[in-house]
Design a binder for this molecule. Structure first.
Ligand SMILES: Nc1ncnc2c1ncn2[C@@H]1O[C@H](COP(=O)(O)OP(=O)(O)OP(=O)(O)O)[C@@H](O)[C@H]1O
Length: 311
């Protein structure tokens, strides 16, 4: 069941079209990744989902609510972790979370309990009394998350939550994305880091110049372009006579070799490893090492847009 629906969504800034007729459904309970380079239109899309920005055309539904017309009802279901830190430097961690909890209408004992849970969840409970200005970049990012989830929303939108932080905080954030999802939240996660999206998201939309150019599970996306998988095999000793027989295995599209190493290119949709090992065994060729290089979203992006994802 879809919990967020974008219908023909358009946003222009003067002549620049930031979001270009995007149609998208995000399913309840999934971690949906919105992947695209800087300036692709990710933040603009998120702002329209949150009702912070009015589209030029099209509409957004959050659950059954039209975001423009039933903004309050929709907002109650949403929590936004914005790209720019939205914490008050002069307030303590606890006071920050308290402020945001208050905005969502939490009061008294319920507010206190939910603040405790949000601080605990983001690993900031021990530092709750310290002012945010003393925090490292990674801790501020975690506080940003605590503020966004204090009201325990059904849907959490994270806009590039790991930009400019150390690897430890990054891993902490990625773990918390998985944990929030395990506890039932639907997550939209935007990033221009392919590895992060691959690591945490169940489905991915790829956006470039405001257009959603591909959407599906990671496996579907990779199959869509039919990128080859490479199987790298190191043998004790290579007998080149085996190569024509490996080439005959259905789905094998090419074999390269150097010294005692074979590089077998196969179609991604088939699993050929067993067949290749069978042929090598038949020729009594001992295998020292095997590695499989899967196609990744980076190669898909390159194929779809003709450019690399990284800036
Ligand atoms: N307030 C604004 N006024 C004019 N143009 C804008 C404004 N906000 C965004 N844009 C433009 O709209 C396009 C999409 O920007 P957006 O911030 O949505 O991209 P993004 O994918 O989130 O990239 P980033 O990761 O850099 O934030 C860009 O060309 C950007 O320059």
């Amino acid at each position: 069941m879809s919990i967020i629906t974008l219908n023909n969504l358009v946003k222009r800034y003067g002549n620049n079209i930031a979001v270009d007729n995007v149609n998208l459904k995000v399913n309840q309970g999934e971690i949906f990744g919105l992947l695209g380079p800087n300036g692709a239109g990710k933040s603009t899309t998120i702002k329209m989902i949150m009702g912070l920005l009015k589209p030029n055309a099209g509409e957004v539904f959050v659950d059954k609510y039209n975001v423009e017309k039933q903004n309050l009802e929709a907002k109650r279901l949403l929590g936004l972790v914005p790209q720019e830190l939205a914490v008050f430097e002069s307030l303590s961690a606890r006071e920050n979370v308290q402020f945001f909890g208050g905005l969502y209408g939490l009061r008294g004992k319920e507010l206190d309990e939910k603040i405790d849970q949000a601080l605990e969840f983001t690993g900031l409970k021990d530092r709750q009394k310290e002012v945010a200005s003393k925090f490292s970049g990674g801790m501020k990012r975690r506080l940003n998350i605590a503020c966004a989830i204090v009201h325990q929303p059904q849907i959490i939108i994270m806009d590039e939550p790991t930009v400019g932080i150390d690897p430890q905080s990054r891993n902490h954030i990625l773990d918390s994305v998985r944990e929030l999802n395990r506890r039932g939240a639907t997550i939209i996660y935007t990033s221009h880091y392919m590895e992060e999206v691959e690591a945490v998201c169940s489905r991915v939309g790829i956006i470039d110049h405001g257009k959603l150019i591909a959407c599906g599970t990671k496996e579907q996306l990779k199959e869509q372009i039919g990128t080859e998988k490479k199987i790298l095999i190191e043998l004790k000793k290579l007998n080149e006579d085996v190569i024509p027989e490996i080439k005959e295995i259905p789905g094998v599209v090419g074999v390269a070799h150097k010294e005692n190493k074979l590089e077998v290119h196969t179609q991604n949709s088939h699993d050929h490893l067993q067949d290749i090992l069978f042929v090598l065994g038949k020729w009594n060729l001992a295998v020292r090492n095997i590695g499989v290089k899967e196609p990744d979203l980076e190669s898909l992006f390159l194929e779809l847009t003709g450019k690399v994802l990284r800036d």
